[in-house]
Design a protein around this ligand. Structure first.
Ligand SMILES: [Zn+2]
Length: 226
């Protein structure tokens, strides 16, 4: 990674030296570790961040994958939510794995860019609730109806951690790889400028078509394949 992190204060907690990189109210963003990550798409730098979110009473984690020099251009950025079923188990019920691969491939092709990878499985409802939502979808509900039947909003994700990470590394303008208008809105609300919306459409599997159709029709995602 060739961009510079802002100057950090350091302190020692429990004998471990950490970098305190941001404080905002009760929240602090901490860079935990940074390492090389050669991938099938190219060699990224992988940085782990944590933030104690006292509002939620928990510690939030996210990964930042960066590649190349982003000083002279607005970076290509993907903010991606973890999908264990798609990315680890190879589920064809959604397009998450394809979107992540598309983003990493596009960044490698361009020679620079970054991915913020967040632990917000199932649009933020968590893995077990996502499985319950899948079970309801097996009975005929769509993804939005299933979330509502379980008492969740359509999309429970909070992109403030991604915004904090981007701002921390000095990124305030992005070319966002997404089909999701709510994600654009969240970044703008967080003070970032989205100068371009780059489509992130992976080839759909037949099993994902109804899910994608719901995302398009009920959630306003800009999808062209249907
Ligand atoms: Zn998925």
């Amino acid at each position: 990674m060739n961009f510079k992190l802002p100057e950090r204060r350091t302190k020692r907690i429990c004998g471990v030296r950490i970098n305190t990189v941001q404080r905002a109210g009760q929240r602090s963003l901490v860079r935990m570790a940074s390492t090389r990550l050669p991938t099938t798409f190219g060699e990224f730098e992988l940085i782990g961040f944590e933030r104690a979110n006292l509002d939620k009473g928990k510690t939030e984690s996210a990964l930042l994958l960066t590649l190349g020099d982003m000083h002279n251009r607005t970076p290509l950025v993907r903010i991606h939510s973890r999908c264990l079923t798609g990315e680890v188990l190879g589920s064809l019920r959604c397009d998450c794995q394809g979107q992540l691969e598309l983003a990493m491939s596009a960044i490698a092709d361009e020679g620079s860019g970054l991915v913020v990878y967040e632990y917000q499985e199932g649009r933020g409802i968590g893995l077990m609730a996502k499985l319950k939502a899948y079970a309801l979808q097996d009975k005929g509900l769509d993804t939005v109806e299933a979330n509502h039947a379980l008492g969740f909003d359509t999309d429970c994700r909070d992109f403030s951690l991604a915004v904090a990470i981007l701002r921390e590394i000095g990124v305030d303008r992005v070319r966002l790889m997404s089909n999701n208008p709510q994600k654009v809105e969240a970044l703008i609300q967080g003070g970032l400028e989205v100068v371009e919306l780059v489509p992130c459409e992976a080839p759909p599997s037949p099993y994902a078509l109804s899910y994608l159709r719901t995302k398009k029709e009920k959630m306003g995602h800009s999808l062209t394949m249907m």
